[in-house]
Ligand binder design. Structure first.
Ligand code: IPD
Ligand code: CA
Ligand code: CA
Length: 276
């Protein structure tokens, strides 16, 4: 956050309160017997995703006059890309929710000029709120967090995500196999935003996925970079809010992981802007 954006800091607490409400709404809607529909062969949406998005979009835009929203379940594209934009994943980990795996998040970032300046990841069942402000730092439940200080991949716990598209298992799993051989443990937890938040807090040492949408990683991007970590795409290039690959890691592990992942042939994945 720059010196000319100090008022944005004032949004951290009210948005945190909105996310606490959204988390209750998500649980209530799901427990009341939400219906589940397929957006693609393995890509699901539930009434809980829609209810949380319907609550968050007007509430967030109402907090910042002139802002717009880019939210997963209707794929709205902001009318004015340079205006502040809320990047929202109403339920990250929808498949986990549907299967009763309690690893689910709500992810919100405020982007200005295509870069996240504020971030919130609500861990719905763990009941933790991760927040970050550009140039200010990152916190879990108000306590400052830092990426792990690990420098040896052999000791590291690494998480990764796999695409919903299942065309080329060999291309998807080849790089995962190389990382698995090099690290202490590899996990697929199923909620990219929360996995990046846990990298920021040092529980996980790294997270990578070959094809993500902006709402999956916008908040996690800022959390990792404000916690002393390094985040880039899988080729080491700086992130942008366009859909793409993501590697977030402790500073001592990012380069080694890039080298291991760089040997990979291209993965099948979503085209930029495609929803999922
Ligand atoms: C998905 C999750 C998953 C990742 C997928 C994402 P959704 O988000 O973050 O871990 O592997 O690529 O699309 O669909 O649950 O919001
Ligand atoms: Ca997501
Ligand atoms: Ca989602």
């Amino acid at each position: 956050m720059t010196a000319d954006e100090p008022e944005l800091d004032q949004l951290l607490a009210p948005v945190g309160r909105l996310l606490a409400e959204a988390s209750l709404l998500l649980k209530r809607t799901w427990q009341a017997g939400a219906s589940v529909r397929h957006k693609g062969p393995a890509d699901l949406v539930t009434d809980a995703d829609l209810a949380v998005q319907r609550f968050l979009v007007p509430s967030l835009v109402g907090l910042l006059p002139g802002s717009s929203a880019l939210a997963e379940e209707d794929g709205q594209v902001p009318a004015e890309p340079t205006a502040p934009c809320w990047v929202i994943d109403p339920v990250d980990g929808t498949s986990n929710l549907v299967h009763g795996v309690r690893y689910v998040a709500i992810s919100v970032a405020l982007a200005v000029g295509g870069q996240p300046v504020l971030a919130w990841v609500q861990d719905v069942f763990g009941d933790h709120l991760y927040t970050a402000g550009r140039g200010r730092g990152a916190w879990r439940d108000g306590t400052r967090i830092h990426c792990s200080a690990r420098t040896s991949l052999a000791d590291a716990m690494v998480a990764c995500g796999t695409p919903y598209e299942k065309e080329r298992a060999d291309l998807v799993f080849a790089p995962l196999a190389r990382v698995w051989l090099a690290c202490h443990g590899l996990r697929m937890l199923g909620a990219a935003a929360l996995e990046l938040a846990e990298v920021a807090a040092g529980q996980l040492d790294a997270f990578f996925e070959a094809s993500l949408n902006p709402w999956d990683f916008a908040a996690g991007w800022l959390l990792v970079s404000e916690s002393g970590g390094v985040i880039s795409d899988l080729k080491g290039a700086p992130l942008s809010l366009a859909a793409g690959s993501v590697l977030g890691a402790s500073a001592g592990l990012h380069r080694e992981l890039l080298t291991i992942l760089a040997d990979a042939p291209p993965l099948p994945g979503r085209e930029a802007g495609q929803r999922g």
